[in-house]
Design a protein around this ligand. Sequence first.
Ligand code: ADP
Length: 979
Amino acid sequence: MKAEAKEKKKSGAILAASAGIFVIALSVSSFFLIQIIGRMNRSANQNLLTSSRVINEGLNNKITLDQEMLNTLADLLALEEEDMVGKTLCKYTDFTDFYQFSYINMDGKGTDSKGNTIYASDFQFDEISLSQGKNGISAPYYGSSGRLQLTYQSPVIRDGKQVGAVYADRIVNDYNLPTLFTFHNGAGSAFVVDSDGKFIISSRGTGGEKDIFSYLGEQGNGDAVRETLRQVMEEEKSGTLTIVYKDQKSLLGFLPVEAPEGCYLLTVIPRSILQQEATPIICMLCCMFCLLLIGGISISALLAGRQSMKADVKQKEYREKLFGNLSANIDFAFMLYTPEQQKVELVSDNLPGLLGITSQQVMERPGQVFDASGMSREDEARNGFLRGTLGEQITRESMVGSGPNEVRRWIAVHLIPADYGQYLAVFHETTSEHDMRDQLADALTQAQNSNRARTAFFSSMSHDIRTPMNGIIGMTNIALKNLDDREKVESCLNKITAASGHLLSLINEVLDMSRIESGRISLKEENVHLPSLIGNLLSVIKPDMDKKGQSLRMQSRILEHDTVISDTLHLQKILLNLLSNAVKYTQEGGEIRLLISELPMESDTIRMRFVVEDNGFGMSPAFLERIFLPFERAEDSRMNQVPGTGLGLAITKSIVDLMGGLISVESREHEGSRFTVEIPLKLPAQQVEEFPELSGYSALIVDDDRDACESIGLILQESGVRANWVNNGPAAVEQVYKAHEEKDDYCVVILDWRMPGMDGLETARQIRGRLGSEVPILLLSAYDWESVKEEALEAGINGFLTKPIFRTELLEQMKYYIWDKNKETEKQETEKAVTAKLQPEEAENLQGIRILTAEDNELNREIIVELLENSGAVVDSAQNGKEALDYYLDSSPGYYHLILMDVNMPVMDGLEAVRAIRDSGREDAAMIPVIAMTADVFKEDINKCREAGMNAHIGKPVELDKLYSTLRRFLNTGKSGEM
Ligand code: ADP
């Protein structure tokens, strides 16, 4: 705006300066023009006066000539006798232009040229020659000629003595010769008037008796002119006057003449004639002047225009530069538009990029920018902008890119009426603001939800904790009141045990949840042997399944990798939760399926898919939406009878998420549920894949599951085994027999246990019935071959293959049975020995074992001492770490077989005590197993125990199974183990 004002000021100054110069030039040229015109007028006057003088001179010449002629006659008459005078006069008349001559002697008597006697006294003019002896001319008078005449007079002197006087009359008008009284080629006329203004000689028809004043009046001149003329004539001045003559502006010259005496010579000529030569010059000058004027005005206008144009251009350039700078540095794009001309004045460089259209398109169809910014064609603001009727600034925000393959974006458009009938549209992408708003809204909703969930969580938790606590307290009271009634007390204690179990699992799960939620859970990376993991899992749920008479179906193709890197405990927890739910929420006699498959590998990672399916209670679609939220349990009468916390799936989902996996659920009420978990699992760095070379051997696969047959067959073929398969028992028996007949016995027969019609055991029996015990037969079962082991061995089964089948396991088994059948017995014996070792009764037998315990809580101390002593152990119990250390140091080396150490204790805590024991320098200091027994169950706590030198960790409240199995682990080996 400052620049604009400056420009305006500058153009104003230029305009003022050029106007000044122009006025000065105009004044100077006007001055010169006036001077020139004045000069020309003066020279015209001069010319006229000159012409008048010339005429006057001519007239004088003529009069002088006439006078001289009369003088000559007077001289002639002086020589003659008076008698002869008449004749001489007469002769002279014929030779001259005089009208008549007269002679008067001194007596006043004489004769004229016509011979008449005349007397001086009769003269009508003033006589001077006779009376005064002078030459001269009379004043004009009307004499004997009847016309205005002049009389020349001359004395006749003889011998020095005047003898008379001679007179010559002349008609005045005879002097009116065109050569003399007209000038300028007849354009100018001359008159002689007397002192009264009466015409004496008139060159044109001026009306004989009229005087010059009335004549001028007739011609249309005012009194002023006439008065002036009268005055100058009285004063006998010479000069010029401007008059109107014959309707033209003319110049009147006045000049007193010598003769006739008292007369004036007047000359008149139209001014135009006089200025005939000057007129073109004046015209030229006027034209030049006008041209100068026009030129000056034009130049000034041009200059001013140019200046304002320059200012306009500069302003435009400045605006464009400003827009350019703005658009380069900010995210706003502009369009300047003049609705009246439907013209786009300016488009910022970043507009095409923002809206995905070209500048050309914007210039040609300004409406297109609004289309591209998502504004509707019916939008009033848009139409107001384009038509120039928009009265105030309006902002619109629209979404573009709603198509399936388009990126969704938000564009804000500000429509602003600007100056000079122009409109400005400013465009700006607001997608990020929108996204942020959405995110904020989401975050708010999430925060509100999580707040709600937290409140619900705590209220559920307090409810779920109170319920079993009530039971425990209530039952304890009942038991106390009925101490004598052994049965009642026992029933109460059973209920208390059930309620405490529930409470413990609830607390464990809540702790798990809180650890997961607070991010304190960290996943281990260890080698996980999947067959063992699945085996453990199935053996854990088997008792419950058996209780409910449910069957398990394992389905899977052969799994390529049996060892992966993951966190065993958590992986197990996921599957255990799903399987135990399937068992819990499926009616008695129901079927549970576990499907495991490996999805295509991505470099060193595989995706393992676990599907747990049941044909149990199922869930409603509404519940499915909440299923993974903590404490959510379906409100179903059948479900209510099943104990649970509603935390299992929430924990499961959190672990799956943590592992980068996916969990989903499908379910129909009363039909069943299917949970699918997919987890990415890393493979160990070098998984040795050395498979045995089994070329030349043959195997028969018998399974009603075609997929299983195919995948087992494929793996065997890869190792060189000739594999055939049939899908039922009778066909298998036939096939084996046929091969035997052809002396091409199968090296191994793999029989699925559960087949429709003839099952695996029956098929084995029939094969053995027909062929004896030649061919090794392997039974393919899900997990529970233990239950049919005896029957299977009786039926002639040599070995067992567990589903899911892993490639390595399959090939190992094949190798074993093909190459070294004899080892089977040994293997069975080893199994028996291991099983026998783990008999629970023996595990709890601690006869002859000396244990040192450290526990500050009296009740807990009492419980642990009671438990251990009941198992036959000799127990010393300390109340804190210091006491425990003293017990240890006071005993002889090797006296204690094991130490159970609480961690949080007064005087000296467990960690310090262990450190002191390990540092004591005694010979058993490094070897003696120290097991932590503490309520600090988090990973960090366990790590601290290990760092302090403890060998194992048992969480409180103590689960007896865990206690005994841990004790047994260290007591059997007799040396310290690894945590
Ligand atoms: P809990 O089993 O301790 O109640 P979970 O979080 O494991 O807690 O399960 C939440 C709820 O989901 C269960 O209470 C039950 O209503 C429902 N549910 C889980 N698994 C199944 C299943 N296989 N069939 C039917 N309902 C199920």
